[in-house]
Each structure stands twice: as structure tokens, then as C-alpha cells.
Write a protein that binds this ligand. Structure first.
Ligand code: FES
Length: 352
């Protein structure tokens, strides 16, 4: 339904056009009035309505929402962390989007998330570093005694690379029960602030500043089969969500498809196998794109491993985390297989 735009006349006599924007969280809906020329995020903040956000300048992708009716327009002279497919699908960054008509916007998280998981800043201590694969390190940090970080499994935290002013964002791989000890799986790049730190300087006991939780990725539904597609360190939020599903004794089938480019990049295979032994409704498929002869690892990508059987139940919720190309291909494939767009939830890696 599209509602007509409204007008109000301020004391100056100029007409200030506003548009009604209904924000549909997963647990409630709220309506705000957005004056033309003001971003949805700013208009919401001005009226005390909270939205997931981080950078406020259109680079992090945290404030994303999907326009299902109306018109939210972002300046077109910029590069955004949204693919063409996502833009075509109505995805908009609410810190950049301005209303040009009354609009309905779907959000992928409950409004209660913003109250239940308040943003914290803290200085933590590095308590563990483990090389999981040639290109992957598991970093564990512990918060001070008086500080804990409640988060929605799937969310991420910003870490300041020690000795620099650089911040990087990583999803928690640990479960929500661990509010003081957080674990991150970090891909080692040939160069990069965090990669150089982990390779060359990191020591147990280092102090590391952090800010979180951030983001809105997480389990959206409490019913229906779960399908998870993870590329590389995109496995991290899936592990955290699996922990949640295990704790809640989730009964529906859960399928995880995890893939890397090379078999030598794969990690946590033993842990995943162990999880299938105590979560009997969990099945795990592992892929590697480059040719290999490792038994039990499928040739290809998490997307090429998808079949109609994975989404045969229309109540299936799919969760994707990985590089942009994987997400784009997964969105296309899942919808070809008949899964509604509203059942697909994604978190993509962003450039530093
Ligand atoms: Fe970062 Fe909008 S808050 S893109």
C-alpha cells in the first residue's frame, strides 16, 4: 500500500514535505515521519526510534533495510557495500537513504535487540591465538571482570589493531553464554593491519580495544528448517548461532554448508563433526573450490552444493556469510530453487 506524501508549513512559510516511513522489525513495527533531505536514520534518531547502525556514512552496511513499498533513494555518486542484486531487491542503507514517497521498510532484526544488547566499549586482553589453517587464526580475548558483552549470535565487534589507529570488524564465533571471553576467526591476508599484527607482533596478554556488539545478523525465526552457507571465516557467526540452536534444543533440521577455496584453508572440521554427534538434527557438508582429493570434501562452492532438497520445506530460513560474490550467487540460486527472498538473511565481508 502506498500512502500519499504529507506536507506541513513551518513558521517561515516554506513547505517542508515529509513522508511516512513504516519500519517493520521482526517483532514490531514503528512509524516515523521523514522530512525530505534527511536520512531515515537521522529522522528515526530525532524521534527516539532506534535502528542498527555503526559508521553513519554508508560504508559498513550495518543499517541496511529492505524497501518493500515506496521510494528510498541513496545518492548515486558513491560506492556502497551493497551488490547490484541487493539494490535491485530494494536493499537500502538507512543512514544514506532519503524518502521520496511514503515507504514500508523491512528490517532483519527485532527492535528488542537494540535494548537487549547495548553497545559497549572496553579494553580486553588477548588470551589465546591459534593457527587453525594456513590462512586462519583464532583470536580469543577476555574482557575485564566488571565488563560483559551481551550479544545476539551472528553479531560482530570492532577491534582496534594494537599499536595502530586501525579498526577491523569480526563476527563472534563464540556463543552468547561467553559474555566475557570472545573468540574471533580471522583470515590472514598477505598484508593488512590485523594480519600483520597477528603474524608479527601479537602476544598473549596484549591489550586490545573493542566496541560491540554491532550488526543485525542473527537467527530470525524460531520455526522451520535452518540452512547455513558459510564461505571461509564466514563460518564464525554460524558457530555462534549453532551454539544458540543447541542451547535452545532446536528440533528442526539444520544444514551447514561450509566451503573454502583450497582444502588447506579449511578449518574446524573436527569441531563440526563433533557438533553433529551431539546435535543429531545437524548435518554438515564441506566444499573446496580448487581441485583436490581429500575424502569427505565436495568439489565446488557452498552455492554449487545447493540442491532443491535443501529448501524443499518453504519454512526454511537461510543464513549466508561470506564474500560478496558468494552471497550474490547464493541469493540467486536460493531464489531459483524457490526460497522466498524474505527467508534469506545475509552478512557479507566488507573491505577493510
Ligand atoms: Fe554504516 Fe549506515 S551505519 S552504512
Amino acid at each position: 500500500m502506498t500512502i500519499a506524501a504529507s506536507e506541513s508549513r513551518p513558521a517561515s512559510g516554506n513547505v517542508a514535505r515529509t513522508h511516512s516511513v513504516r519500519l517493520h522489525y521482526t517483532d514490531t513495527s514503528k512509524e516515523i515521519l521523514v522530512p525530505e533531505g534527511i536520512s531515515v536514520l537521522d529522522a528515526a534518531a530525532a524521534t527516539g526510534v532506534r535502528l542498527a547502525r555503526q559508521c553513519g556514512i554508508g560504508t559498513c552496511g550495518t543499517c541496511v533495510g529492505r524497501v518493500r513499498d515506496g521510494a528510498l533513494v541513496m545518492p548515486d555518486n558513491r560506492i556502497y557495500p551493497l551488490s547490484e542484486g541487493e539494490m535491485a531487491d530494494g536493499m537500502r542503507l538507512l543512514c544514506q537513504a532519503k524518502a521520496e514517497a511514503d515507504s514500508e521498510v523491512e528490517l532483519d532484526y527485532p527492535a528488542s535487540m537494540l535494548d537487549d544488547y547495548p553497545l559497549r566499549q572496553a579494553t580486553a586482553k588477548v588470551t589465546g591465538m591459534q593457527r587453525l589453517a594456513e590462512t586462519v587464526v583464532e583470536l580469543t580475548v577476555r574482557l575485564p571482570k566488571q565488563v560483559s558483552l551481551a550479544f545476539r549470535p551472528g553479531q560482530y565487534t570492532r577491534l582496534r589493531v594494537p599499536g595502530t589507529d586501525e579498526w577491523r570488524s569480526y563476527s563472534m564465533a563464540s556463543g552468547e553464554r561467553q559474555k566475557r571471553e570472545l573468540t574471533f576467526t580471522i583470515r590472514l591476508l598477505p598484508t593488512g593491519a590485523m594480519s600483520d599484527y597477528l603474524r608479527d607482533r601479537a602476544t598473549i596478554g596484549d591489550q586490545i580495544e573493542l566496541e560491540g556488539p554491532l550488526g543485525s545478523f542473527g537467527l530470525a525465526s524460531d520455526a522451520g528448517p535452518v540452512l547455513m552457507l558459510a564461505g571461509g571465516t564466514g563460518l564464525a557467526p554460524m558457530l555462534s548461532m549453532l551454539d544458540k540452536l543447541q542451547m535452545s534444543r532446536y528440533k528442526e533440521p539444520i544444514r551447514l554448508v561450509f566451503g573454502c577455496t583450497r582444502v588447506t584453508d579449511l578449518f574446524h572440521l573436527d569441531e563440526l563433526e563433533a557438533r553433529t554427534s551431539f546435535m543429531t538434527n545437524l548435518s554438515v557438508h564441506v566444499t573446496a573450490a580448487e581441485p583436490h582429493d581429500q575424502p569427505g570434501v565436495l568439489a565446488g562452492t557452498p552455492v554449487s552444493a545447493l540442491t532443491a532438497d535443501h529448501v524443499s520445506d518453504p519454512a526454511t530460513s537461510a543464513y549466508l556469510c561470506g564474500p560478496p560474490a558468494m552471497l550474490e550467487a547464493a541469493f540467486t540460486r536460493l531464489q531459483e530453487l524457490g526460497l522466498p527472498r524474505a527467508n534469506i538473511h545475509a552478512e557479507q565481508f566488507l573491505p577493510s
